[in-house]
Design a binder for this molecule. Structure first.
Ligand SMILES: Nc1ncnc2c1ncn2[C@@H]1O[C@H](COP(=O)(O)OP(=O)(O)OP(=O)(O)O)[C@@H](O)[C@H]1O
Length: 234
């Protein structure tokens, strides 16, 4: 279980997150939606340790991790795919994938190689292994970025707007892969997403954020997507 309790964060003197409570069970798919600028990216970065919290707690499998460094949290099973994918464009696809391996160094049992499953889920990672990541299409880069996150063998995968700027056929492929990641690998997914149809089709539960606060939560099966559309504007 990943659990946030009253998480607050700020940029300098400006508070951005005001007491966020949120939880994700093992292998659960949860989506976090809200307009631009409400604090979604900051929240993901606070969970991963890339942005400091000013208060509240982040619990990962029962352990308080809000003061732990990002690499420690990665070793404990948190993986993050940032908005814009965060690949190294001048490095090859394979070199980008290998970047995920250091996160395994704390786990004696882990095999320090790219798991076959990454290639199985995203064949592009093998087919384009020697190509510079920067030369791939947006959709291909997104698949490599998720593949790299999986190399760390996470229990929780945090994704920031993976469908942004990606053509619909690739969005579908990504959804199929994410569903397999959940059901076959039993990895929980927290998906920040503006594309509601995708978010609703994928996630079991949702949280809505407004101005740094969670204002609504529920099961996607109980709430039609159009009922939350107003939170995203037109
Ligand atoms: N580096 C920064 N320095 C100062 N303020 C920032 C910084 N990054 C974000 N902010 C501000 O913090 C607030 C939350 O931003 P954040 O990026 O977390 O929102 P978001 O919901 O992810 O939006 P988007 O969908 O546009 O990424 C915004 O008001 C933004 O302007």
């Amino acid at each position: 279980m990943l659990k946030l309790e009253g998480v607050t964060a700020a940029y300098g003197q400006s508070p951005v997150l005001f007491g966020i409570d949120l939880e994700i069970a093992d292998a659960e798919a949860v989506t976090l939606i809200g307009r631009n600028g409400v604090g979604k990216t900051t929240l993901l970065r606070a969970i991963t340790g890339l942005h400091p919290v000013t208060g509240g707690g982040v619990r990962l499998n029962g352990a308080q991790v809000e003061r732990e460094a990002a690499f420690t949290r990665a070793r404990s099973g948190l993986a993050y795919v940032p908005q814009g994918r965060g690949l190294f464009g001048h490095l090859t696809v394979e070199e980008n994938l290998l970047m995920g391996l250091p996160a395994l160094s704390g786990r004696a049992t882990a095999k320090r190689e790219i798991p076959d499953l990454v290639y199985d889920l995203f064949p592009i990672c093998r087919d384009m292994a020697g190509r510079r990541a920067g030369n791939l299409s947006g959709g291909q880069q997104q698949q490599v970025a998720i593949g790299r996150a999986l190399v760390t063998q996470p229990r929780y995968l945090l994704l920031d707007e993976p469908t942004e700027g990606i053509q619909p056929s690739v969005v579908q492929e990504i959804e199929v892969a994410l569903t397999r990641i959940r059901t076959e690998l039993r990895v929980a997914v927290l998906l920040v997403e503006q594309y509601l149809d995708f978010a609703w089709s994928f996630a079991d539960r949702y949280y809505v954020m407004q101005k740094g606060r969670i204002v609504e939560t529920g099961a996607t099966a109980d709430t039609p997507a159009h009922a939350v559309q107003r939170y995203l504007g037109v």
